[in-house]
Ligand binder design. Structure first.
Ligand SMILES: Nc1ncnc2c1ncn2[C@@H]1O[C@H](COP(=O)(O)OP(=O)(O)OP(=O)(O)O)[C@@H](O)[C@H]1O
Ligand SMILES: N[C@@H](CC(=O)O)C(=O)O
Length: 440
């Protein structure tokens, strides 16, 4: 069985939902994972933020505005009176739940429950729409099988056991619809797989049922060789290896949630990125094969903090790096990039939750400098470190100030740390030097 995931834009309007129906209704049995309609999760985040600061009026007016939007979508999507009434009841139930949250004292659990409503709404509405159109579909409630453990990793034994039960309970159907993003945590409370997490839901399901293929349907024709939001003339990449796709997703290519390919890599389950608005476009195929060498793509990850740790005699003092790493380990903060010299080590983190505590502990034996608002620009491809065109990237040194370079850590990745203010220029210039064949 295949698993197909459709993102927020793909279910973001009635027109797009009709496209999705055309794509999935091909007679093959499949599981379809849906995101919330585009904009909904952002609105739910804003509602949660208002409640966090006890601005109940603001939360209520955002809840009402969103409810009205859903009523309009239901009226446009569902002409069948019975289904229309059924879905409006369900929508009212979800919005009453949100209103109830405004009376409760705010907590992380309430916040997660608020965020879960978008996927609950989109899947219920879309399943009713398929029924209206005579498609044999059934809902698989994600909260009955999707679970993360105490390290926020998918709890595969639980998921595998429960998804089979849920499939059996749903009965024979051609299309199973399920919610992306939402899950239970190790305590059984409602949680999620982080923003953009529906991609991850699809590959977790894919790995759990040993799917033949996972397809991620979005609003662009596959992974492009640079960020299309900042660079003109980017091109889709037809083939990527799991390793290349994992690096690009981790280092900021927004089209994929950072963990997307990890669940399916070991079993070699192919992942295909496709465009809902242009289903004939080839898209990107992600498999175990390394198709060609050289730089394939550039991505950038923001909100990076750089920490420089200076000590008089770093390298001679063996055990120095161990001391540094132990502090990061104690605060469960992972390090992305690292460079060393005789007197200093510079490293980066993307999670600054415990920055103050980490810096305080490092200051016991070193002088610390912290730079916020940094971005990692990452170049990915098979064996790029020895490719004949790679030298061209260093022309970027004359355009922007590079704070750190990581070259050779892996043969497939070169990373540059820059000030975020220089990100767009860096992406545009690198595009020119590497992909537009400028003679140097
Ligand atoms: N390298 C890249 N290749 C393709 N798209 C990219 C790349 N980098 C950033 N993007 C952006 O990613 C967007 C698609 O991802 P996005 O997560 O918004 O999709 P979605 O289908 O709405 O899914 P979701 O609801 O899960 O967020 C594209 O519209 C594009 O602007
Ligand atoms: N709805 C969630 C998850 C997803 O779309 O993948 C988000 O907007 O982040």
């Amino acid at each position: 069985m295949k698993v197909l995931k459709f993102g927020g834009t793909s279910v973001g309007s009635v027109k797009n939902m009709e496209n999705v129906k055309e794509i999935i209704n091909d007679g093959e049995q499949k599981i379809v994972v849906l995101s919330a309609m585009s904009g909904t999760t952002n609105s739910l985040v804003a509602i949660g933020d208002s409640l966090k600061v006890q601005n109940v009026d603001q939360a209520l007016s955002a809840i009402n505005a969103l409810h009205e939007k859903y009523i309009a979508v239901v009226d446009e999507l569902l002409r069948d009176e019975t289904l229309n009434a059924q879905v409006k009841d369900y929508v009212a139930e979800r919005f009453n739940f949100l209103i109830d949250c405004t009376y409760k004292s705010f907590s992380q659990i309430i916040e997660n429950e608020i965020l879960a409503q978008g996927e609950l709404l989109s899947t219920f509405m879309f399943n009713a729409y398929l029924q209206q159109e005579g498609v044999n579909s059934a809902l698989l409630p994600a909260l009955d099988y999707m679970k993360i453990d105490e390290n926020k990793e998918p709890d595969f034994p639980y998921i595998e056991a429960h998804i089979s039960e849920v499939l059996e309970k749903a009965g024979e159907a051609e299309i199973y619809i399920t919610q992306g993003f939402i899950c239970l945590d190790d305590t059984g409370a409602v949680s999620n797989l982080q923003r953009g997490g529906s991609d991850y839901t699809a590959t977790i399901i894919g790995a759990s049922i040993k799917a033949g293929e996972v397809q991620i349907w979005t609003d662009i024709d596959g992974m492009h060789n640079n960020d299309p939001r900042f660079v003109e003339g980017t091109k889709p990449i037809s083939d990527l290896s799991f390793d290349e796709a994992a690096e690009l997703a981790y280092f900021g290519a927004k089209i994929l949630h950072p963990q997307t390919v990890l669940p399916v890599r070991a079993d070699g389950i192919p992942v295909r990125l496709k465009n809902t608005m242009d289903p004939e476009a080839k898209g990107t195929s992600i498999t175990s094969n390394h198709v060609e060498n050289g730089i394939k793509a550039i991505a950038a990850k923001d909100n990076i903090t750089a920490i420089k740790i200076k000590s008089g005699r770093m390298l001679q003092a063996h055990g120095f790096l161990k001391k540094v790493f132990e502090i990061f380990e104690a605060y469960k903060t992972s390090i992305d990039m690292i460079t060393t010299s005789e007197v200093a080590v510079s490293l980066t983190v993307d999670d600054d939750t415990y920055l103050e505590q980490i810096v305080a502990e490092l200051e016991n034996f070193a002088t610390i400098e912290v730079d916020k608002n940094q971005s990692i620009v990452c170049l990915v491809g098979h064996s790029i470190v020895d490719h004949k065109e790679t030298y061209k990237l260093f022309k970027i040194l004359k355009d922007v100030n590079i704070r750190m370079i990581s070259y050779g850590g892996s043969r497939n990745n070169i990373s540059l740390l820059i000030d975020t203010a220089n990100k767009i220029t860096t992406l545009q210039k690198l595009n020119k030097y590497l992909f537009e064949l400028v003679t140097l």
